[in-house]
Ligand binder design. Sequence first.
Ligand code: IPD
Ligand code: CA
Ligand code: CA
Length: 272
Amino acid sequence: MDYSGFLNFASNLAMEAGAFLKRFRGEGHLDIQAKVAGLDFVTNADKTAQKMIFESIAATYPDHGFIGEEDGLGNDGARALLRDGAERLFWVVDPLDGTLNYIRGLNGYSVSIALVRGTKPVVGVVYAPVEDELYSACEGGGAFKNGMPISASDCRDIHNALIIPSVPLTDMDLRDKMLAINSRLSRITLNTRIFGSAAVEISHVAHAGVDAYFEYGIYPWDVAAGVIIAREAGAIASSLDGREYELGDPGILVSAEGIHMAMVEAIGFDGK
Ligand code: IPD
Ligand code: CA
Ligand code: CA
């Protein structure tokens, strides 16, 4: 199937929503609400951006499904909807990935828009408006950063790997567990970076800025676009135990192919 029309549409939409977010951060009144007290937040900018994206999709593709972060579905709810839809195309959207960066006035937040068939992303765009960086891909078409082809790194030795580990958002026991894994990994890898937007972090694997990213506690809207971008760039996207990643899995590892098995073994994830 030729997805290029969808890719163009999604790219323009992500840039439009990103421009709104950047402008609003400078000029608008930011209304911050807690989703989980003191740990997870949503703002009027997240909600407005999602509305803008939803309305554009609904007007252009009225037959397609839509799942946005601010609809409040969990992993199971989203997966059930995607599976139920069978071959129906769904747009899976995070209107503002990196809300905490955004609130704190940090760079690196993004808009993430994916087109999904079943539980597989087939088109993905991630736009970071402050950096003006657009990552994009569609199935079989390769991956791009601002229109230039990108590919994941050829790293084959975990000791040379620059990795993005994760610090879970709200679950303190899980934080302890992931920090113990991160601490182990920091002894056998080159070093670590954390940027605060899963969509951008996966895109960094896709353009070989880093060699691996992993996280537990993510949702389809965080990763759907990044997964197709990374796969088209030659990276592997799996669950933390190495199975092919499927939307709705709470754990994800995206890495250069040459260190994927070593990363799975080093993470040694035995469930939550
Ligand atoms: C979060 C970011 C963050 C990741 C969290 C996500 P949000 O998304 O992607 O990097 O560590 O798991 O929830 O809440 O800013 O859209
Ligand atoms: Ca997110
Ligand atoms: Ca978000």
